[in-house]
Each structure stands twice: as structure tokens, then as C-alpha cells.
Design a protein around this ligand. Structure first.
Ligand code: FAD
Ligand code: SIN
Length: 531
């Protein structure tokens, strides 16, 4: 490890450069002109789940055909009774203003020939209400936000800076803190991956916007950065966490063995009329839900899982052959091209698809102001449990959640930032007594083991026995990894492994404790619910 050690102070420390982190940084920087804002991100500027978002962002845009009430109702139905109604109402009603800000920042959403925004449809939505940029909406949002951030003088944007742990009283007083005690966040310890040194970032306000954790599963649509760091860091800092058992599996990832992460075939394709067929070519969704292909995601994913278990086939098919090809290609150029690169011509061939982990509905508890249970630690986006999604997120409500809660955090800070003092006496990172880890292969093995355990035992359909097995194996991995972590020189691989094990364990524990099947959570040993 590089001997250079430094303490850096910044007014706002933003962990993550997806939609939640960037939109928060921009708002605060533009309002608090004299304040310093530091964004740290562990990879390239735009490498995050946001970049891969396809379908778009839901909002009630055309009030002649749609209404807040309908978007609220669709969100509540998808959430299967566990959404916070007040939060759902707040988010849905805030959506048009937040979308307008994205547009003002330069995001281009597709328009129809008459100049109105083109509104797409996805599963669980009773109206067309998804603003999109072709089938690469997230990449377009990242482009626009990063361009704005780069023009903003009081933002420092540090790539390949990996947050290891949040700093709270635990590090300052060196005393163990219990989950019941009130704590404050003073910033974070951050590994500068290029200099190989740990920097201490002391901040008045820390915004945790570190995204999801798809990498705990063998098959996921999430990029490799999605390792649950934020949930694990917050958990170690004793923040309140909930609902992490509600893992959303996307029904239609492209079945292409060996490709990792899985390429997504957007739900908007079903919104355009695509049909699911089993391995023999027969339709099946009418056996599961009267909304058929446009039932909410938990229902469609479980239906496909059931079909695959019955038939033993590796995938089902998505049939787009009846859809006007010109219109299809215009809306989905990336999907059309990807399929063609694999010899699948969507005009005449069915697309092989199967479910893949896609999203985590729970996470770090926040209130409507995006405050966590730790003072001066805010959180926004996929890392959180805000109450919007309940047991199953409605399609295209996630990007929306990120911009709404980042705005709310900003709004709250307008009232209280001037009262927050820069923390002092924060100790530097201590890495005495560690040695260079010679066997990176152990980390790779353990990472693969976590994925196998979670996919085998904590997948779409769980059982008491499966959860017990997962718990036992994850505890073993935790012990082995703890030894490695306490004595080895830090690396991103090692830290990510620690966080993967922690989030996998939390998902398993919360699953064991859940006594009713709801939304994306299904334990076959609990009272049976209609598939
Ligand atoms: P992210 O965009 O994932 O950003 C997290 C950031 O934190 C990244 O920059 C990451 O590098 C950084 N980070 C993580 N850990 C650390 C650390 N330890 N140190 C430093 N930096 C760290 N949702 C929709 O609403 N509509 C869609 O159409 C849609 N399509 C999707 C398609 C795909 C393929 C995927 C994977 C997801 C899709 N989603 C969609 C979900 C949505 O994209 C995400 O939930 C959302 O983008 C999350 O935004 P975020 O800002 O919270 O996190
Ligand atoms: C998709 O395009 O199917 C993904 C939408 C989402 O995750 O909300």
C-alpha cells in the first residue's frame, strides 16, 4: 500500500455516479455555489446500472389520457400491498417536474411525428407513460448529466475511487456502536485505485447513491460494479435496512449462455405487443394472469420459471414477428442489432429469453427527505428502501425514484446545510499489521460461490430448506473472508467480496424472517399463493 495518506475535506461527498448521485451533485453544486462537492465512483464515470437502463422513466405526462391516480394505483398493485401510499403519491406527483429538469439538463427523449413525447408501455402500467430514448434511455441520461457535471466548477469528479466504509462515531471514538444508538456520518474511507492508497474523505454531508447488488447472483442484468457495497457499508455503520428479500427477477433476459451480465430484452418490447411462447411455441401467459404478457414483473418471471421447471427447457421465447419491423427497429435499435449479431432476426425468429436477477426493491431505509437513520447520511436510488416499491417495483419507477429522492435530499439540505459543521478529529485509515494477499484466486472462488449459493437457494422460488442451506454456507464464507480481510492488503476485489457476502447473507436472513409470500418474494413452504 502506498505510504501517502491524506485527509480530504469536502462539503458534500457523493458516493456513486448513476442518476441518483449525479442529479444530487448537480442540484447542490448549482445552489450552494461556494460549497465543494466531491463525487467518487469506483469505475469509469458512466459505469453503473443507470447506463444500461432501456425502457425509460415513467411519468404522467399526458393528462388527457392518464392521471396521477392511475400511476399511483399501478404502483400499489405491483407492490402487492407493501408500498408506502404517501411515498407513492409524493413520487408520482413529483415526476413531471423532475422529468422536466432532466430535459432541461439536455436529456433527449423520443418524440412522435407531431412533436409530442412518445410514451411507451411496460408490464403493470395501465397507460402508455414511459418517456424513453430509443432502447438506451439510461445511456442518454448519463451522457446528459455527466456533460452538466463536467461544466460545473465546484464539483470534483473522481473515478476509480472506491468507498470502503462510512465513517461514524465507531471510528472516531473507537468504541463499538450498537444499532440502537444515534450516530452521525462524517464521510468515508476511500481507496484510490490508481495510487493504491486509502484517502480519508471528511464531509459535512454524505450522499450514498451506490446502486444495487445484482452480482450476488449467477445470472443478472446488472453490470459488474453492482456488488451491494452501499447496503453492506450502511449495515456495518448500523443504519436501518429493510425489504432486501424482495429481489426482482426480470422475465426476459436474452438467453445467451456465457454472456455475463445478461443482455436485457426490455419489457417495453412486450409493451409493443411481443408474445411469450414456451419451448414448443405455445402461448402460456393466459394461464397465469388476465393481463397476460403485461402482468407485473414478479408474475411473469414466476410464470416463466414455472414453465421452465415443467418442461426442463433452458429458455422460453419472445415472439416479435407480428410487430411492424420498421416501428420496432426505430424504438429498439440496440436490441435489434444485438439479436442480429447472434443470428436472430427479430422479423422472423423468436428471441430465446429466460429470467435474470435485475433489481433489489429494499435496502437502506430512507424517509421522504432521503434521510437515513444516521445523521448527515442521505441515500437515494437503488441502494434504498424508500417505500415506493413495496414487494415488487413497477417497471420504469426506479430511475424516477432516484431523481425524486435526490431532489428531496437537496431540498431538505437547503434548510439545514448552513447549520452543519465540518467534522474534526476524524482518524486516518489504519492499515498496520496487514500483509499483501498472495492468492487472489481465493477471492475469485469465493465470489463464484456466493453467486452459486444465491442462485441455487435464494432465487425466484425459495424454500425453508434452501434458505437454511444458503445461511450455513454463507456463514462459512463470512468466517473465511473475515480472516482474509483482517490480514490482507486492501483491494477492490477483497472489499467487494466482503460486501457481496454481507448482502447475500442479509437477503437470506430477511427471506427466512418473511412469513408471507408477497410480490417478488416466494417461499414454496409458505401458504400457497396463486402463481
Ligand atoms: P447506479 O446507476 O447503479 O449507480 C451506482 C453508482 O455507484 C455507480 O457509479 C457505481 O460505480 C458507484 N459505486 C457503487 N459502489 C461504490 C463504491 N463502493 N465506491 C464508489 N462508487 C461506488 N430502471 C428504470 O426505471 N427504467 C429502465 O428502463 C430500467 N432499465 C434497466 C435495464 C438494466 C439492464 C438494468 C441493469 C437496470 C434497469 N433499470 C431500469 C434499473 C435502474 O437502471 C437502476 O435501478 C437505477 O439506474 C439505479 O440508479 P442509481 O443511481 O441508484 O445506481
Ligand atoms: C426494461 O426496459 O425492461 C427495464 C425497465 C425497468 O427495469 O424498469
Amino acid at each position: 500500500m502506498n505510504a501517502e495518506k491524506k485527509i480530504y475535506t469536502t462539503d458534500f461527498l457523493v458516493i456513486g455516479s448513476g442518476i441518483a448521485g449525479l442529479s444530487f451533485a448537480l442540484k447542490t453544486a448549482n445552489h450552494f455555489k461556494d460549497a465543494s462537492i466531491t463525487i467518487i465512483t469506483k469505475n469509469e464515470k458512466n459505469e453503473c446500472n443507470t447506463k444500461y437502463a432501456q425502457g425509460g422513466i415513467s411519468t404522467v405526462w399526458d393528462t388527457t389520457v392518464d392521471s396521477f391516480e392511475q400511476h399511483i394505483e399501478d404502483t400499489l398493485i405491483a407492490g402487492d400491498g407493501l408500498c408506502d401510499k404517501e411515498i407513492v403519491k409524493m413520487v408520482v406527483e413529483a415526476a413531471p417536474n423532475r422529468l422536466q429538469e432532466l430535459i432541461n439538463w439536455g436529456t433527449n427523449f423520443d418524440k412522435t411525428q407531431n412533436g409530442n413525447y412518445s410514451l411507451g408501455r411496460e408490464g403493470g402500467h395501465s397507460q402508455d407513460r414511459i418517456l424513453h430514448h430509443k432502447d438506451i434511455t439510461g445511456a442518454e441520461i448519463e451522457r446528459a448529466l455527466i456533460e452538466q457535471v463536467e461544466k460545473t466548477k465546484n464539483i470534483t469528479f473522481l473515478t476509480y475511487h472506491y468507498a470502503i466504509d462510512l465513517i461514524t462515531e465507531h471510528q472516531v471514538t473507537k468504541k463499538q456502536i450498537t444499532r440502537k444508538e444515534k450516530t452521525t456520518c462524517f464521510g468515508a474511507y476511500v481507496l484510490d485505485q490508481q495510487k493504491n492508497s486509502v484517502k480519508t474523505f471528511v464531509a459535512k454531508v454524505t450522499m450514498l447513491a451506490s446502486g444495487g447488488n445484482g452480482q450476488v447472483y449467477s445470472t443478472t442484468t446488472n453490470p459488474v460494479i453492482a456488488t451491494g457495497d452501499g447496503i453492506a457499508m450502511a449495515y456495518r455503520a448500523k443504519a436501518e435496512i429493510s425489504d432486501v428479500e424482495f429481489i426482482q427477477f426480470h422475465p426476459t433476459a436474452l438467453y445467451n449462455p456465457g454472456e455475463y451480465p445478461a443482455f436485457l430484452i426490455s419489457e417495453a418490447v412486450r409493451g409493443e405487443g411481443a408474445i411469450l411462447r414456451d419451448f414448443e411455441g405455445n402461448r402460456f401467459m393466459h394461464n397465469y394472469d388476465k393481463r397476460e404478457e403485461l402482468a407485473s414483473r414478479d408474475i411473469v418471471a414466476r410464470a416463466i420459471d414455472n414453465e421452465l421447471k415443467k418442461s426442463g427447457a433452458p429458455h422460453v421465447y419472445l415472439d416479435c414477428t407480428h410487430i411492424n419491423f420498421g416501428a420496432f427497429k426505430k424504438h429498439f435499435p440496440n436490441i435489434t442489432e444485438k439479436c442480429l449479431s447472434l443470428g436472430i432476426d427479430v422479423k422472423k425468429d423468436f428471441i430465446p429469453v429466460s429470467p435474470a436477477q435485475h433489481y433489489i426493491c429494499g435496502g437502506v431505509n430512507i424517509n421522504k427527505k432521503a434521510k437515513t437513520s444516521i445523521k448527515n447520511l442521505y441515500a437515494s436510488g437503488e441502494v434504498t428502501k424508500s417505500g415506493l416499491h413495496g414487494a415488487n417495483r413497477l417497471a420504469s419507477n426506479s430511475l424516477l425514484e432516484g431523481i425524486v429522492f435526490s431532489h428531496n435530499a437537496f431540498d431538505n439540505l437547503c434548510k439545514r446545510f448552513h447549520k452543519i459543521k465540518m467534522p474534526n478529529n476524524v482518524p486516518e485509515w489504519n492499515d498496520s499489521g496487514v500483509v499483501k494477499n498472495m492468492e487472489n484466486i481465493l477471492i475469485t472462488h469465493d465470489r463464484n460461490e456466493v453467486k452459486t449459493i444465491m442462485s441455487n437457494y435464494v432465487g425466484i422460488v425459495r424454500s425453508n430448506e434452501r434458505l437454511l442451506r444458503a445461511e450455513k454456507r454463507l456463514l462459512n464464507l463470512y468466517e473465511d473472508n473475515k480472516r482474509l480481510y483482517d490480514h490482507s492488503e486492501l483491494s477492490v476485489d477483497l472489499c467487494e467480496l466482503r460486501n457481496l457476502i454481507t448482502t447475500a447473507y442479509l437477503i437470506t436472513q430477511f427471506s427466512k424472517n418473511r412469513k408471507e409470500n408477497k410480490g417478488g418474494f416466494y417461499n414454496a413452504d409458505l401458504i400457497k399463493k396463486e402463481l
